[in-house]
Design a binder for this molecule. Structure first.
Ligand code: CS2
Length: 483
């Protein structure tokens, strides 16, 4: 993708999109959105025009709204290339609304007929969807609040549902909902969540949404570590400006979207986005090969004292294990002519090794119970069913279990950073053996597929590795698996 507006030292470019109108509301203006969808959308408007600037909605933080608005929505993206940094200014976001203090403005933006697409990056846990049952989780805090007061929603499903209701009642065409979170068939999941939420408050509305609202799925990819002081220092050195909204990311970027936008869309394909009929082959490949390996790296790194992904990849044995896992994950994928899994794995290794990217293993280790099913557990289930090798899944899950056990015993579990932290701490209480820890975590409701929990082969594979990690070390377990 071409970099559109390089910043020369001391120079903050004019906004090339100043005369473009808004067309998208994006919920969750975190670093990933700023390094990915906003960049593509800017490029699409620069190449092909269109009124597709983005109104950002920050569900919780007010800081990002204050900071971005003070900069007229503009910020820098630092691309960490092994050969040197590049810096680009992005103007695709027109302004940001902090939902916590301005719910009415959020609703007005969602109901504006100019808003034809709502995109989302809110992380897996924010939806409040039980992905086993594909229904809303009524005890999820956002869902519970919005079911009680559906006209003043604060959660994602409640906001979309109420805005769609108002648009229907006003005779305004619905917006298209584009989920950009790392969930398999994320459009299908979002559709199930929104319609189930609507069904609880107004069954006719649920039927109207099913008939009229489109939820294309998408696969997003760009490694984007949380911004640090180093990010801001780089921007200051390159531009002479203080930009507290700056983000840093890798050179690689990919976005694959199902082309289902009845009320229009930016010419994303002219910015390098792949518009397809069916995103599933891409999404499975990415979730299983990239994100699955990422989770393996994260828990291994946390146990072995590697702060960054690149540190794990600098250890030969760990890098071999990661590569082996990528190939094992590829074994569970349906072959597609357009996709070469072996070369994708090689590219991933190079991306993970990028010495210019400081991606903390701790960041990826967060929210394990939300991430593991699509990244490791369902692929493991497929591998087991087809008689394929399950070793790398078993060691990845053993790392996750050992990581949780370590956090609970050494740090009282306070820093697990998982929405099911309380349950995890209670399940692990008093557990010291590999067998006990395995049983406790395997029995968390709605997490492990039954095909795994009922398999003695799987249990043995995980427990033996967990035992090695607990009695020797994570690196010894890696070595044992490679020998
Ligand atoms: C990572 C992802 O934090 C995580 O769980 O695996 O954010 C990953 O960096 C992105 O999906 C890459 O596109």
């Amino acid at each position: 993708m071409t970099v559109s507006s390089h910043i020369q030292p001391g120079n903050w470019p004019e906004n090339p999109l100043a005369n473009r109108g808004n067309g998208i509301v994006h919920i969750g203006v975190g670093a990933f959105h700023r390094a990915h969808q906003a960049v593509y959308t800017q490029q699409a408007m620069l190449v092909a025009g269109g009124d597709w600037r983005i109104i950002g909605v920050s569900p919780r933080s007010t800081d990002i709204a204050d900071q971005l608005n003070a900069q007229d929505g503009a910020y820098c993206v630092v691309v960490r290339n092994p050969a040197g940094d590049e810096c680009q200014t992005i103007h695709a976001i027109s302004h940001v609304i902090a939902a916590a203090r301005d719910g009415d403005a959020v609703m007005a933006a969602l109901c504006d007929p100019a808003t034809r697409i709502v995109t989302l990056t809110v992380t897996e846990k924010a939806y409040g969807i039980n992905r086993h049952a594909m229904t809303i989780a009524p005890d999820h805090v956002g869902i519970a609040h919005d079911l009680a007061d559906p006209r003043h929603p604060t959660g994602v499903l409640g906001l979309l549902t109420e805005a769609l209701r108002r648009r229907r009642d006003a005779g305004v065409a619905p917006f298209t909902c584009l989920c950009c979170d790392n969930l398999p068939e994320n459009g299908v999941v979002l559709r199930a969540g929104v319609t189930d939420f609507a069904r609880h408050i107004d069954p006719a509305l649920a039927g109207w949404i099913e008939q009229n609202v489109h939820f294309p799925s998408s696969m997003v990819d760009r490694i984007t570590p949380a911004s640090t002081a180093h990010t801001y220092e780089t921007v200051r050195a390159m531009t002479g400006h203080d930009d507290t909204c700056a983000v840093e990311t890798e050179p690689f970027s990919q976005w694959v979207i199902e082309d289902d936008f009845p009320t229009g869309r930016p010419a994303w394909e002219q910015a390098g986005v792949l518009m397809v009929d069916d995103v599933r082959p891409f999404e499975h490949m990415k979730l299983r090969m990239l994100n699955g390996s990422h989770s393996l790296i994260a828990y291994l790194g946390q146990l072995a004292g590697f702060k960054y992904v690149r540190d794990v990849m600098a250890d030969d044995d760990c890098a071999k294990l990661v590569h082996a896992h990528m190939l094992a994950a590829a074994q569970t994928l349906v072959p597609v002519a357009a996709l070469d899994f072996a070369s994708y794995a090689n590219d991933l290794v190079a991306r993970f090794q990028n010495p210019a990217i400081a991606h903390e293993t701790r960041q990826i280790a967060m929210d394990g119970t939300e991430k593991l099913p699509q990244r490791l557990l369902h692929p493991a289930q497929d591998a087991l069913k087809d008689g394929k090798d399950i070793a790398t899944y078993a060691i990845a899950i053993a790392f996750w279990m050992a990581f949780l056990h370590k956090m609970v015993t050494q740090e009282n579990g306070n820093d697990i950073s998982d929405p099911r932290q309380v349950e995890i701490i209670s399940a692990l209480s008093g557990q010291t053996t590999a067998q006990g820890i395995y049983n406790a975590l395997s029995q968390l409701p709605d997490l492990f597929p039954q095909a795994l929990t009922s398999s003695p082969v799987w249990a043995q594979a995980v427990i033996s590795r967990l035992d090695c990690i607990l009695t020797q070390s994570a690196l010894d377990a890696v070595k044992a698996d490679l020998s």
